[in-house]
Structures are given as structure tokens and as C-alpha cells.
Design a protein. Sequence first.
Length: 765
Amino acid sequence: MNRLSGQWPSHQTTTLTTPPTHQILLQMLRHAEKNVGQPFTVNWPVGERPLFCEVLVIEQQIFARAARKEAHLGETQCKWTFGEYTKAEFGKQEKKPLWTHFTRDIGLITELLAEAVKAQNPESEPVPLAEKAAAVLPAAEMPKRTGRFNALKLTKNTLPTQVSPSRKSGDVTLSGELNKVELTGILQSISICKMTGRLDLQDTLEGIEIFFEDGLPVHACQMKMLNTADEKPITGDPVLLSALIWNNGSFCFNPERKTSERSIKRKLEVLLLEGACLKDYNVYLQAAKIDANSVLHQNFGALSDDEFSEKLSAGMPMDTKLQRTLYDALDGKAKIGDILGRLNLLKPQWVPVLFNLLSCNLISTEGEEQGQKKTEDKERVIDPSLVTKAERELARYETGFLSFPLFMLFLQRELDRYVDSGVPLALVIFEIWHKNEAMSNEKLQKVANLFRSIAASYDAIGHYGDFEFAMLLPLKGESDSREFVELFHKFVSDSFDEGSSATETIKMTSGIATADGSDEQIDLQTFVTSAVKAKRANKTQGTSTTSVRQLRWEQMRKQAENETKSGNLDKATSLWGTLFKEASQLEFDKSYWGQAAEKYSQLLLAAGRFSEVEPILSQMLRYRTEQSGPDDISTITAAGELAHCYYAQGKYNDAEFLIQGVLSAYAKHFGEEYPVVATWYYNLATLYHVQHKHAAAEPMYKKSLEIRKRILGDDHVETKKSQSSYDALIKLMNPEKEKEKPVQLITGSWTVYQREHEEEPDLLS
């Protein structure tokens, strides 16, 4: 048994006597960061059952962003998994994950691990967390977070699936500090675990209460601690958005607190996406050292409405009237906090407005009017808003989409980059409707703005045809591009149908072409045409998204099935082998791999290529177990095929273990009086027979013979086969009779063995 000390051992698994503490989890994370892509596992016993905690650091291409800022490439994501070991039906001990969490907050993992261990063994002592409070890390030691990607990529696997609220009155399920745990993760945890109760947030003199029912936020309330008698609390969506901007404060969740009020109107996913943007705006203002005590000045003085709109064209699209109101209120004397209070603006309202005014160079903290002053500096100051303005000018003003020629230019440049350096890219050709009608120009402008709010700065959206559009997604392969399209579709649907309980009214069909190394040669015409064909095939089938690789795989599958039916087994085997390799690229749907593996393994077995098919059958057994469970007929069938493969190669011990499991599973499903049960009794008997374990083979032959006589009758060919093998075994077990003729062992559909003489029967130990 290993113990954790100063440095980790070279291997990737270690065992403890107690659950890992906060410091050990931190060491695990550091070790995993030095070995990207290699999981590090810690095991420890709880009673008779071992538990495990595993950390894996993986590299990923980040596509989501907010506030028009690029995400960094080469960013890593940290995946924590907690679970227990179980004994598989047909194999060794396997890991059974109980929850998976993507985070770098060691404090959160420590608390979740403590709750999970307690749930697994309620009578055990709680995990010592005092070490966490005593060993607070300095700022330089805190792990870096990945930013807003986790807030935008809302999947069920990004958070733990087991959080058990206490039933005792007054107990707090979740609590901690917001500077250590992101509020986004807390809200998602409550949502996924369908918790009911009240989340209390406290920051200096402000407090926020958010009520949940079955994981859905229903009411939010914000109130200052030192409020006046006539000051009313703020409620609804703005309160939750305000909370998402907080960087400090404490939180706690109380499952006993409920309310009948309803003030939250929008879906949690939409609020989290908007909150991610607001947080970026707030960070921008903090970097500019703007707070409630700042005094802001107009850079251009009085402006006409047209002049004001022109200068705002380089910024983010938002309410022009509100921006004008705040701009006109800035007199260069009053503090911004006083002005905001006088205008009665909430933080989710004024933060994006100040961001826009500042980024468009309309306001500053200096008294001199920058629009009129002349500078003698030799270095020219670059205005970042000019870049945004140029980008907007490239798009068609009536829709916000790039024109077709300009989009093709950008696509050609990315294809050139791919040819020169191998940097991947994806092209999406799509159609989109609202309530089964084509989008108006006004709606298309909204779609374009929604795309830019979640896309990377190097992504582009443009026109392709009259009712067709295109997305250019550099740095994305098959899986990432499909994930982005699905996120975009959901985001647009939620934004158009905000607050509606009706069925989805946004319909979208798309085709995806990727350049990621799978094609040796590629040109603009071929690349675009392939995406269009995938989209049209997808529209014909009535599905939402189809990729070129997926379409090509389906076409090859039909060819392989035709070759199989025609009896061209060599050609069919080659095609199914290619499909099997290609299926690993279609990660979004494992059914492709399962279908190819099943057909390919059957052909290899029929051809007697047992050494080639063995690893495929082993993977197939694991796949069936994961997809359908260990007791499903498909899993039992896969185990039987692997047993056949072991038997044909003379790996009798491996075959015996599987045959016993298959026999037991079939008997459990159908009962003893069933033909397939008799067959597996017979297979087990022949396995013992060829190993000279006659005493073990005799009752198996006898059981098979008895079942077949009762079900099939004495004259059935299977009954006669059992009788023949049983008689041959009895003769061999009788030492008084001389073996004058060769003995033939009938071993079912697997193989037939010929032996000149049989030795004395082996005794089983």
C-alpha cells in the first residue's frame, strides 16, 4: 500500500487508507497538470468496497466567448471523477463513476467528496476538512480557472449528479466563499440535482435570495442591509444577473426555505449566458479603474442623434435610448454612483452601457475632450473600436451577415491555411426558419448578433443562397463543430421564444464539412459542395445536423451491406473494416462504432481470423455492457462470441470463464428448459472434453441431452449430437474397453477435433 508523501510515484494509481484530503487533492491536480491526458487515480477502502477519486487534465479547443474577446488556444480542462469499483458480469473489477465534475476549485471538490463519501458510508466519521481552512493557499498558488467556457457549455456531465439535500430543518447543503467557487457552477449544480430551497448570497451590505423548485429558479430578491423605510427590494431576472457579477461574498443553500412568489421569467441557461457577458463587461470596467466614485466625462460634448448612433456602431448592439440617457447625464462633476442612483438603473442595466460608451471612446475619466484635442505624441494610439467597426462594415447592413463573395474569400484563406499548416476548420451550410417561415431581415440581424455573442472572433457567418446561410468555424473538427451548431440552435431558440412554454418554433437544418486531415486533397468547390450535399440529405431525412463524414459513412455502409448479401465476403470484410476505423471519428454517436464492430467481427469470425477479431470482440463486450447493461441479450451474445474466439485459439481458461457466465445469464433469462441453454451446456461440456476433464464434462453433456430430449425429441439432429458426444465420453471414461477406433468429438458449431487416442480422464481439483 502506497502513501502520499513529498513527491508522487511514477505510476498513475496510488492507494490510501482514508479518503484524500484537501492537500492531497491539490497534489493530484498538480501531478495531472504535468501529465496532460493521463488520469491519476487514488483508491481507498470503505468497508468491503473500494472507492476511487480520479483527476484528468485534457487539452481542448475553446470556441465560446463573451464580450467579443478571444478565448486562448491550448487551454486545458480539469475533469474530476468519483466512484466505486464493481465486479463486472463477464470480467474483472471495473470503475463505476457516481459523478463527474469539471473544475479547478479544490475546495469545491473537497466538499463534494466529503458529501459523497458520507452518502456511501453514513456510519463513518466525516472527512476531516479542517485542514482546508487551516491551509489556505496564497494567491500565487491558486489554480487558474478556464474562464467562461464552462458557463456557456451547459451539459449534464459538467457537474456532479449526486448532491443530497439534508432533510433536517436548518441544515445547509452547499456553503462557501464566492472567491473560491464560481456562482455559475453552484447554480448549475442546483439545477442538475433538481434541488428545492433558497440560495442566500451575502456581500458586505447587500444580500440576495434565490428560490429554487426542482432545480429551476422561480424567485429572486435583492435588498440592501441598511435600507430606508420606503425602499423596496429588487426582484426578478435582474437580481440573478447581478449575483453573477459578484466576485466576493459568501453563499449557502437551505433546502427548508420555499416561496409562492414567481419573478424569474427567463430560462436559467439564457440568464447564465447573459451573466457571462456581464461579468466580462464588469472586468473591463474594473481594469479601467471605474467604480461608483469615478467621475466620467463626455469626450465629444453634445452630439446629434445621428452622430451618437454613428459612434456607437462600433460597439455591441443594445438600447440606444438608454445609452444616450446615461451619456447626457455625465457632466464631469458628479460621481457615477450618484448619477446611477438618480437614474434608478440596476447593475445589469448600466454595466453594459458603460462598457459600450467606454469601448467606443465616447467617455473617459479625463476632463479634456479627446475628440477635439491634438496630440504631439510620435506613437499613434490604436483605438480597438476601429477593428469592431470595420468588421461591422464588412457585413451587409440589412442582415448583419457577410456577403457571399466576402464569406467565400474568408473560407478560401482558411483552406489555404489548412493546406500549409494543417490547422483544421469546419464549414456549416444551414437553413433556419421561425414558425415555419423564412426569417425577415430584422430577425436575421438578431441571429447574426446571437452568433457573434457566443462565437470566437475568428468565426464568421454569411449568406450562401437566397434562403441558405453559412458558418466558418476555424480550429474546429467534427465533434467541436457539431457541438457548436447544437449550442447555437438552442441559444437562438431560447432567445426567440424567451419566457414561452410552447414548443420550439426555431427550426434549423445543417450540413457540416470538416478539413481535419482525413482528406489528402481539398479545394473550395469540393469543400462547399460536400457541405451542401450533407445539408440537403439531412433535410430529406428530416433530421437536424449531418456531417460529410457521417453521410460518407452511411453510403459506404449501404455498399458493405449489399456486398455481404451478394456473398462477396472479401470485399464486404474490407468495407466493414474501413467503416470500423472511420466510426471512431464519429464520436458524437457510438451506435456507428457498435454497428461496424458487430458486422466486421462476424465476418472475421466466419473467415477464421481469430487473432484479429479478439480485440474487437473485447471492445464490443465492454460497449454492449455500457450501452445495455450486463444482463441484456446483446451483451450475452457478445460474451458468447468472445468465448468462441478464445476457444478457437486454445485459450481454454478464458473461454471457460465466459461460457459459465453466458450459461448462467441465459438460464436466468429463459429458464433451464430452453434450447439455447442446452446449447451452452453442450459447449461447456466440449470445452472440458478437449481438456481431458472428463469428470467435469459428463454432467454437462448429460444436462444438455436431457433438455434436448424433452424439448426437441429423440430424433432431432441436436439431440443425436448430444447423445453421440455423451456416448463417446462414457466409453473414454471406461478404462476396461480398448480404444480401437479414432474418437471424434462433436463440438457444436465451433469446430470438430480428431484424436487417435484419448488419455485417462483428468480429475478436477
